[in-house]
Design a protein around this ligand. Structure first.
Ligand code: SF4
Length: 430
């Protein structure tokens, strides 16, 4: 199983390698001192992950060659805007400006978020998908996530693993269990980018996590993301030193009052954590919750604008799904369209960013969620690698999809869906 296509190094620019993929040139940050022109590499998230022997690379490239162009052609066809138009003139004018690469104004984004006519809504999704194809072709990165502890000392109002949920079985994987889960993901399933995630669990302090990150990075070529408690600039520096290169930190809402109500603390700390991470050189995955109680359409637009200012590598915006063991249990979940519209607007606002089709959108609509998000501008996927015996207890929201599926099954299903859409499970660098 392979989640990246090998590329050939054809040059260097500053600290980046210039990498050729079937004739297309991309850049990837290089930390290998002995990397030279002619070497074959894997890149993930714009980083050179490892060098691979030429023979192995050529065999994989031979396998990919035909499939790659076949998939690309299918994606190209599916993302065409030929003979399509929205119902209203105003929608056409705004989306034409987006297609010309113009930056849409706040009131235009709000107008699109509030669209009600089906023809207009569908054209918005198609425009976003067209722009995704134009800037990213059919590449879709497939990351893995390991949820290694559901202990949490915090009480976020929307979250099912909040401290006050006494009905939840708590688990904490051992360092060995985490290590072997990563080993299997890399060596057996071919993952090249993995997120390690937990609640705010004091057991896993900076020292323990750094030691684990170091051990993992020493043994496996992969792009490692951390998504745990806020650890401040010094903690982040330790993670970077140990070998992590990405962080997943969502701000959930950029509305300071709403943030404070949900988290019982000010938003400043979260923002400063994200900004520190970016300054230190981490790739940042961030985003928010869509459909929170008291969240207005203007809030959603502000979240999109705010997220872009954080210069993320990847956006992850998922629907709010009320958990029965939280104070928000009686609130309504959003409908699929508001989630898809948000996805499409992120794509319009940041054509270059990657956007995750979240597990939460699939849980919201198991039948259409994933595919619809991909057809509204998303181009990334995260598969759950948490061992089966723990997975059902990482209940940030209820009845999470894929809870009872093996990783093999998830991979097959993801590949099936991607193939249907002409997407290649690869990450071709920046
Ligand atoms: S969102 Fe994170 S910090 Fe908040 S309760 Fe859930 S796991 Fe804990």
């Amino acid at each position: 199983m392979c989640y990246a296509i090998p590329g050939k190094v054809v040059g260097f620019k500053d600290k980046k390698a210039v990498v050729d993929y079937f004739g297309e040139k991309k850049f990837a940050w290089n930390e290998f001192e002995d990397l030279k022109i002619g070497d074959y590499i894997y890149a993930q998230g714009g980083f050179v992950i490892n060098k691979i022997p030429e023979k192995e690379a050529l065999e994989i490239l031979e396998f990919w060659k035909e499939t790659f162009f076949e998939l690309r052609e299918r994606d190209f066809r599916l993302s065409s805007l030929d003979n399509l138009s929205p119902s209203s003139k105003k929608t056409r004018i705004i989306l034409d400006r987006a297609l010309e690469g113009k930056k849409l104004k706040e009131d235009e984004l709000l107008y699109l978020l509030n669209l009600e006519d089906r023809g207009d809504i569908e054209y918005l999704y198609k425009t976003a998908n067209f722009i995704r194809q134009k800037y990213h072709k059919n590449a879709c990165c497939v990351h893995g996530i390991i949820e290694f502890s559901n202990y949490c000392t915090v009480n976020c109002l929307y979250c099912g693993i909040r401290k006050s949920n006494r009905a939840l079985n708590r688990y904490r994987m051992t360092e060995d269990e985490i290590f072997f889960t990563v080993k299997e993901a890399v060596e057996k399933h071919g993952f090249k980018a993995i997120v390690l995630q937990s609640g705010e669990d004091p057991y896993f302090n900076v020292e323990k996590l750094s030691a684990l990150i170091y051990k993992i990075r020493k043994n496996f070529p992969l792009l490692l993301f951390i998504s745990t408690s806020e650890v401040g600039e010094n903690g982040l520096k330790e993670f970077y030193r140990a070998g992590a290169r990405g962080v997943l930190i969502r701000f959930e809402t950029s509305n300071p009052e709403l943030y404070e109500k949900l988290h019982n603390e000010k938003i400043d700390e979260r923002i400063s954590e994200i900004e520190s991470a970016r300054k230190l050189g981490f790739l940042v995955l961030t985003g928010g919750l869509i459909g929170l109680p008291q969240q207005t359409p203007e809030d959603i637009i502000n979240d999109i604008l705010f997220a872009k200012k954080l210069k993320p590598e990847m956006y992850t915006f998922g629907p709010f799904l009320p958990h029965p063991q939280t104070p928000l249990r009686d609130e309504k979940k959003p409908d699929l369209d508001i989630v898809l519209k948000t996805t499409a607007l992120i794509r319009l606002h940041d054509p270059y960013g990657k956007i995750v089709s979240t597990t939460a959108v699939e849980t919201l609509d198991p039948e259409k969620g994933r595919i619809s998000a991909f057809m509204a501008g998303a181009n990334s996927l995260m598969l759950n690698l948490t061992p089966m015996k723990y997975k059902k207890f990482y209940q940030i929201y209820p009845e999470r999809i894929h809870e009872n599926e093996t990783i093999e099954f998830q991979i097959q299903k993801a590949l099936f869906d991607l193939k249907k859409l002409g997407r290649a499970p690869t990450d071709l660098g920046i």
